[in-house]
Design a binder for this molecule. Structure first.
Ligand SMILES: Cc1cc2nc3c(=O)[nH]c(=O)nc-3n(C[C@H](O)[C@H](O)[C@H](O)COP(=O)(O)OP(=O)(O)OC[C@H]3O[C@@H](n4cnc5c(N)ncnc54)[C@H](O)[C@@H]3O)c2cc1C
Length: 248
C-alpha cells in the first residue's frame, strides 16, 4: 500500500557531534503510535520519493524527534544532515514496527541495549510512563566507538538521579577509555561479567527481559550469548526473553 505523507518542517536540528544529530520535525497529523515504533522520513527527489525508516525518539506529539547518524556514502542521511530550520520534510502518517513494550516479555529488570542511534527507541520509551509502570529495574546500555558518539547523556543521568536504585545508564565505549562507563564492546562486557557488575543486576532468564537495537553484528553476537544463557527470542506464539530491532 502506498505510504501517506505528512508535509512536515524542520523545527530544529541539535548537533551532538559532527554527523550525529537529532532532527525535531513539526508534523502534526501523524497517527498516534507506540513508543519504539518507526516512521519513514524523506523527500521527493527527481522522479522518486527518497525515504528511510527511523525510530521515533520521542512519544507521540505534534513535533517528533529523530536521532540520526550521517552515513557518508548514504543516499538520504547527508541530505538530512544539511537540512535547516523551516525546511520541508515528509514524515509517513502511520508508524509501524513491533519493537514496543507490548511485544516485550514481563520481568523484574529490563535491559535496553543499543549501539549508536539504536538508543532512539529507548529515549521515547523512557519519556513515557509505561516502562516505569511495567519494570521494577531498568538498565540502559549504550555502545559507541568514541565518547563523542554518546548522546542524550544528561537526560539518562537525570533518570538515574530521579529513579535512584531503579535505573542505571552504562555507556560502553569501544575505541577509547571511558571514566564513568565501560571500555570495550557490549559483547565483551557481557562475557567478562563487567556489565552485570556495573548494573548490579544479573542478566538471566529468571530476572531479565532484553531489548536490543542497532548494529547487526552486535545483535547477532548478543543473541548468541543470550541463547547460551538459556534465553530465547520472545515470540507472540511462545514467551521468551529478548526482542530485536535491526537497523540494517
Ligand atoms: C526499523 C529501522 C529503524 C531505524 N531507525 C534509525 C534511527 O533511529 N536512526 C538512524 O540513524 N538510522 C535508523 N535506521 C537506519 C536508516 O533507515 C537508514 O538505513 C540510514 O539512515 C542510512 O540511510 P542512507 O540513505 O543515508 O544510507 P543508504 O544509502 O540507505 O545506505 C545504507 C547503509 O548505511 C549503513 N547504515 C545504515 N544505518 C546506519 C547507522 N545507524 N549507523 C551506521 N551505518 C548505518 C549500512 O551499511 C547500510 O547498509 C533505521 C532502520 C530501520 C530498519
Amino acid at each position: 500500500m502506498a505510504l501517506q505523507w505528512i508535509n512536515g518542517r524542520i523545527a530544529r536540528k541539535h548537533v551532538w557531534y559532527d554527523g550525529l544529530f537529532t532532527l525535531f520535525i513539526d508534523c502534526p497529523g501523524v497517527t498516534p503510535f507506540a513508543c519504539g515504533q518507526f516512521l519513514q522520513v524523506g523527500m521527493p527527489l527527481e522522479d522518486k520519493h527518497l525515504h528511510r525508516p527511523y525510530s521515533v525518539a520521542s512519544p507521540h506529539a505534534d513535533t517528533l524527534e529523530f536521532f540520526i547518524v550521517r552515513v557518508d556514502d548514504g543516499e538520504l542521511t547527508p541530505r538530512l544532515w544539511n537540512m535547516r530550520d523551516g525546511d520541508p520534510i515528509d514524515v509517513s502518517m502511520k508508524a509501524t514496527g513491533g519493537f514496543t513494550l507490548d511485544h516485550t516479555p514481563a520481568a523484574e529488570c529490563i535491559w535496553l541495549l543499543g549501539t549508536g542511534t539504536g538508543l532512539a527507541p529507548y529515549i521515547a520509551m523512557l519519556r513515557d510512563k509505561k516502562i516505569w509502570e511495567t519494570y521494577k529495574k531498568i538498565v540502559v546500555v549504550h555502545g559507541v566507538r568514541y565518547p563523542t558518539d554518546l548522546a542524550y547523556t544528561e537526560e539518562l543521568e537525570s533518570y538515574a538521579r530521579t529513579h535512584a536504585g531503579r535505573f542505571k545508564t552504562i555507556p560502553v565505549v569501544s575505541r577509547a577509555q571511558h571514566s564513568s562507563g565501560l571500555s570495550g564492546r557490549i559483547t565483551s562486557a557481557i562475557e567478562t561479567g563487567a556489565l552485570e557488575e556495573m548494573a548490579g543486576e544479573p542478566l538471566s532468564p529468571e530476572n531479565s527481559a532484553v531489548m536490543m537495537c542497532g548494529n547487526p553484528q552486535m545483535l547477532d553476537d548478543v543473541e548468541a550469548m543470550l541463547n547460551a544463557r538459556g534465553m530465547r527470542k520472545h515470540k507472540r506464539s511462545e514467551a521468551g526473553h529478548y526482542v530485536v530491532e535491526r537497523y540494517w
